[in-house]
Design a protein around this ligand. Structure first.
Ligand SMILES: [Zn+2]
Ligand SMILES: [Zn+2]
Length: 384
């Protein structure tokens, strides 16, 4: 299978190395200025500005999404999309390292730009906003952003390397119990405690956990637990993530968790309202030929594989799952050598702007660019 040539490796490596200061500056600037899902205006603008300066035709707020962008170059037959994420988390900032995802996608795109015609590629660097909450890629899928894509590629920083990871399907539930306020001391018998509804539901789910199927998960936080101890809470709210490895397991989980929450409402005399927040994230379906090519690319640039010593761990979710169920997709997890610091910890945010994090970002840009070139030169590998 012809993939990329030694000349491609030299060209891509040189282009990314020439650009390394700019890419590292972009990565650090995004990390230092965290913005939450659907609010990533400055990060999207930083990326769009740089791509425009590098000769891409940039559409801001693309596909009706205020914090997305689409930067295009090339007129070839094979449409390759590089996904750039750049949203952060509440409280812990860029602790998922999406600054590295953005900078590596831009690095790959800019390195490829002079080579797209030769490789018969039409390239889009797509600003894929709102990964942590909501599912921006599902908004983009629904608006047609991936309709004519032949391949979609991205990387994600992690403690260890895994070029073809799997992930769990997930759905977020917002749970609101409504009761009746009353004086907690003078007339408690006239109140209905909404916080008790939340606590009973939480505890019921905790007991259910012992009979979960493999990889079924539920985790939650109380968002609103009332206003004052001497007022019986009339409203309380929790947020839960339900996760499972298949859509069938997710549906099973929905039924059983709903029973816990409705039972809690009955027991406490409150009412419960359950709403789904954002889109369902589907599980990742890595495309075998893309994973193989990316692995070859990492070998070609001299990146050593740094495996998780505990073996194959399945955890986390991504809206790239939905993309990968529709388009041949690569979501390569690349080590920033941070263990025991893991994603969503303050220490992981620091690892993603460390010299090791920067090095991983530059290597990811090179390997993504080489993978895209291979797709352009051998489009049969992604023909469905
Ligand atoms: Zn994350
Ligand atoms: Zn992430």
């Amino acid at each position: 299978m012809p993939t990329f040539t030694p000349r491609d490796v030299t060209a891509v490596t040189g282009a990314v190395d020439n650009l390394s200061d700019t890419l590292i500056a972009l990565s650090h600037a995004i990390s230092a200025d965290p913005e939450l899902s659907y609010d990533e205006h400055r990060a999207a603008a930083r990326c769009a500005d740089l791509l425009e300066r590098q000769g891409f035709a940039v559409e801001r707020a693309s596909y009706g999404q205020p914090t997305s962008f689409a930067a295009r170059i090339g007129t070839g037959d094979t449409h390759v999309i590089l996904c750039a994420e750049y949203d952060a988390l509440p409280g812990v900032g860029h602790a998922c390292g999406h600054n590295i995802i953005a900078a590596s996608a831009l690095g790959a795109g800019i390195a490829l730009a002079p080579m797209v015609e030769d490789a018969n590629i039409r390239l889009t660097v797509l600003g894929t906003h709102a990964e942590e909450v909501g599912g921006g890629k599902v908004d983009l899928i629904n608006a047609g952003a991936f309709d004519d894509a032949d391949a979609a590629l991205m990387m994600h920083p992690t403690p260890y390397d895994e070029y073809g990871p799997k992930s769990l399907a997930t759905e977020e539930w917002v749970v609101v119990h409504t009761g009746r306020a009353s004086h907690a001391s003078a007339a408690p018998e006239l109140g209905l405690n909404a916080l008790d509804g939340i606590i009973a539901g939480y505890n019921s789910i905790s007991m259910l956990r012992q009979s979960f199927r493999k990889y079924q998960q539920v985790h939650g936080v109380v968002v609103d637990g009332g206003k004052a101890p001497n007022v019986i809470p009339e409203r309380a709210e929790a947020s839960y993530y339900l996760r499972a490895v298949t859509m069938d397991d997710l549906e099973d989980l929905r039924t059983r968790v709903r029973a816990c929450l409705e039972g809690a409402a009955t027991a406490t005399g409150t009412t419960v309202e359950i709403t789904v927040n954002g889109h369902v994230y589907e599980s990742l379906k890595p495309h075998a030929a893309l994973v193989d090519t990316f692995t070859e690319a990492c070998d070609a640039i001299g990146r050593e594989f740094h495996a998780d010593p505990t073996g194959d761990e399945l955890g986390g979710s991504t809206d790239f799952g939905n993309v990968s169920q529709r388009v041949p997709g690569l979501h390569a997890d690349l080590a920033v050598y941070s263990f025991p610091a893991v994603n969503h910890q303050h220490e992981f945010a620091a690892a993603c702007v460390s010299p090791e994090g920067d090095k991983t970002m530059l290597e990811a840009a090179k390997a993504l660019a080489l993978t895209a070139l291979a797709v352009g030169r051998n489009p049969d590998m992604v023909k469905r």
